[in-house]
Design a protein around this ligand. Sequence first.
Ligand code: OSB
Ligand code: MG
Length: 397
Amino acid sequence: MKLQTTTGPGGPLGHLGAASHVTAPIRADKADVFMLSLPMVRTFMSAYGKSSSRKRLIVVRLEDRDGTIGWGEAPIAERPLYGADTAESSWSALTDLLLPPILGRPFSGPADLASSWAGIIGQHYAKNAIESAVWAITSAKLGIPLAQLWGGVRDAIPVGESFPIHDTAEALLSEIDARLREGFARIKLKIAPGWDIAAVLAVRERFPGVPLSVDANCGYTPGSGPWRELDDAGLVMIEQPLAGDALIEMSELQEQLRTPLCLDESAASFNITRTALRMGAGRIVNIKPPRLGGLLPSIAVHDLCVEQQVPAWCGGMLETGIGRGFNLALASLPGFTLHSDMSPARLFYEHDLVEPTFDIQPDGCIAVPARPGNGFPVVPERVAACAMRRWTSDTHD
Ligand code: OSB
Ligand code: MG
């Protein structure tokens, strides 16, 4: 696959260089952190088990000294299944560690602010929520949409749906059928021992020709997966078959397969992703800002993928329209060459936190937000109505 090289606003520094040089005076004088419990219209079954009927997540609202407001999201889970962070650990990181030192302090832009966390490891979801809000403020102040600030090259993102594990193949097939009619152009099946090759073959038979991937969410060991059969199924990729830190086993498995492995849980930071690619632990990267700790680390991984000609796509973590607004802008960068997981919030939530929300176009794409600031207008009353807990900073003069 021929990938575009980083030209345009990235120039020789790449997109990270361009994004790091975006400046606007930032001084966040007030922060609000909301612990939300959002009613879901469905549960989501994966190798991690069944999600509950309500989704925990954290939303951060920052108010700049000049009154500009930015929102960010930490689409964090209650339990540390996908990663080590939890809703409670992210809450504590936000309210104790990360927000107090930046409030009332002037920064020259998002990169300057994010670099003040150089001494704090981890806390990726929390860092992502704050960095996102700061980017929204920056974009609003400059009057330039995020995609343009980051050097995006497309105004709509081809998207696929991630299909949870179903009780029966028939139920799965009928849901896929409905989504394909709506325009989704890539199928991704969640798999786990007991729900893998039979489901793949059923989908293949019913929908031949539709690009198909599987996501194992670390659910297998090297000896336990139906690797040969999956490899013969013509999949676009096998996402994260083994444990996130099992880089040696991932590279040994990749060596035996023609199908590319995709790094998701293994792509835990820029350096780990670089290490994993060097080791041959995968040939595709799923870029997720909350997991990587923000937009700048995500753009750094994007540049790495472009440089190494590794196809990338933007993964999701069931974000509301707040988080998806950033993901859509990010996915407009040239290195995102594969379908992204970007299902509209209506597929998960009774009400999105933004209005208007976004949806798929008949051509199978979702439009990249064209407004400066948060990609979609946040409805503060909706956020407040779903908040189980709220933290407000002291006012700084
Ligand atoms: O592995 O990609 C994953 C959701 C939560 C945690 C991990 C994953 C997912 C999804 C959801 O697959 C996809 C989406 O947000 O549309
Ligand atoms: Mg995944």
